[in-house]
Design a protein around this ligand. Structure first.
Ligand code: FES
Ligand code: FES
Length: 156
């Protein structure tokens, strides 16, 4: 076992973990952060996307021990003081989801996308989300949601 200390959604946590434990497993199984989901665990679908020190990563592709000393934000840490993040509001308002399985990862990736490019073109949004797969929506309303969030100044 290896001792890790990190911040998850604003709280300091310390745990002994197996060195082979994936960050997504740690979040879900040890911390109960089941908002971060597993769609493939082969780095393809993006459903497990979280922020590591503010940068989006696929948490099935990161070991929990690699997050030692770092700050992790999951979909459960995006809302502040009971108010949804603008990206969450935009996905709701633009119907950017159907079953919702891909949505946590889509939103986390979209937040990072707008942080780096606050006014992306449609093509830049599609390219920025190419690592996140959705089996339901056809992506149209997802792109609209990100455009809506951008129009609202939605990187924060
Ligand atoms: S579960 Fe991580 S990319 Fe699919
Ligand atoms: S809304 Fe169902 S997978 Fe995207």
């Amino acid at each position: 076992m290896t001792r890790i200390n990190l911040t998850v959604d604003g709280s300091n946590v310390s745990d002994d973990v197996e060195p082979r434990m994936l960050l997504v497993q740690y979040l879900r199984e040890k911390l109960g952060k089941t908002g971060t989901v597993i769609g493939c665990d082969t780095s393809n679908c993006g459903a497990c996307t979280v922020h590591l020190d503010g940068v989006s990563v696929k948490s099935c592709n990161v070991l929990a021990v690699q997050a030692d000393g770092h700050e992790v934000t999951t979909i459960e840490g995006l809302a502040q003081d009971g108010e949804l993040h603008q990206m969450q509001k935009s996905f709701r308002e633009c119907h950017g989801l159907q079953c919702g399985f891909c949505t946590p990862g889509m939103i986390m990736q979209s937040v990072d996308l707008l942080k780096n490019n606050p006014h992306p073109s449609e093509e830049e949004i599609r390219v920025g989300l190419e690592g996140n797969l959705c089996r339901c929506t056809g992506y149209h309303n997802i792109v609209k949601s990100v455009q809506h969030a951008a129009a609202q100044g939605g990187a924060q």
